[in-house]
Design a protein around this ligand. Structure first.
Ligand SMILES: O=C(O)CCC(=O)C(=O)O
Length: 301
């Protein structure tokens, strides 16, 4: 059953959309980074179209790890999942080979996603607009380098939160983000922390067991409460969204063509906000519980 999301009946204030030209680093810090409030910033990136020809030209013979989720993944009860996707056996392919699967429709058919691939070692990692962005927003404490996300329209990254702040930049096509504030954690039924003991980090306690667009209120009655706090935004090419720690997001690639984004994770600053984020510490505890299973699989058990 598909569910017609009546967004925001609780009257939660919407996500701000501000133009980069009217935003200083001080204003970004005071209004968004310090309190941990998401914001979409437009006109920050000065980039050409990152379309398939451009990407193939820049990345052609470089090899990437492509996740093959399979189309029936989202018709499964998530409680039956044994991994969240990064555990699906990835295929190593050159960008040119992957571009061919996007063009032929194979990527859409098999839900193949070039997800979270390091950009640093590619020609695109050196683009000055990413450095400019860092300076313009005053972001200082990078937790990771830049990551590339390329995929077919229709792909969905399942509802989850991250234990860091994040910036997601849209370079080509459009993505829809369904957002829930951190305090909705219990109403979104994350996988229990104990899943890490059995599955390492293949299954993650910072992912939700629910489908907001296909809710099973019998199994997850409080999802109704979370849905009253949902916010939906669309990221267009050139937009960036700041996603503070603990904010839940489900990311859908829109349209029939390919989408391309670059994200980066940031240590939560100011540190006091990091200390107060229960979602963050819950995810770190999950990471610790995953260690024995990770060691076992490294040793080949
Ligand atoms: O773009 C996507 O598909 C997912 C990105 C994401 O989850 C993030 O930036 O935290």
């Amino acid at each position: 059953m598909s569910f017609d999301l009546k967004l925001n009946p609780a009257g939660v204030a919407g996500i701000d959309r501000v133009s980069a030209s009217s935003l200083t680093a001080d204003r970004f810090f005071e209004a968004y980074q310090r309190p941990g409030i998401p914001v979409i910033i437009t006109g920050l990136l000065d980039e050409p179209d990152w379309d398939l020809d451009f990407l193939t030209d820049q990345l052609g013979e470089q090899t990437f790890s492509v996740r093959c989720y399979g189309r029936d993944r989202y018709s499964q009860d998530k409680r039956q999942w044994t991994d969240i996707g990064s555990g699906t056996k990835p295929r190593q392919m050159t960008f040119t080979e992957y571009a061919q699967t996007l063009r032929s429709g194979e990527a859409a058919e098999k839900d193949m996603y070039l997800a979270k691939c390091p950009l640093k070692t590619t020609a695109l990692g050196k683009r000055t607009s990413f450095r400019a962005l860092r300076d313009r927003l005053g972001l200082r404490f990078a937790a990771t380098n830049l990551n590339l996300w390329v995929g077919p329209g229709g792909h969905v990254e399942a509802l989850h939160y991250d234990p860091t702040d994040g910036t997601l930049m849209q370079l080509f096509g459009e993505k829809k983000l369904l957002l829930f504030p951190p305090d909705q954690i219990a109403n979104l039924y994350p996988f229990p922390i104990a899943v890490h003991l059995r599955h390492g980090t293949k299954l993650r306690s910072w992912f939700s067991q629910t489908y907001p667009n296909k809710p099973d209120f019998e199994s997850f009655p409080n999802l109704k409460i979370a849905l009253a706090h949902a916010q939906e935004v669309v990221l267009k090419a050139g937009d960036l969204i700041f996603l503070p720690v603990g904010w839940w997001h489900e990311v859908t690639s829109l349209g029939d063509g390919m989408t391309c984004s670059v994200n980066q994770f940031w240590h939560v600053y100011p540190w006091g906000r990091a200390l107060r984020s229960g979602n963050k510490w819950r995810a770190h505890l999950g990471g610790v519980l995953a260690v024995p299973q990770q060691v076992k699989s490294q040793l080949g058990f």
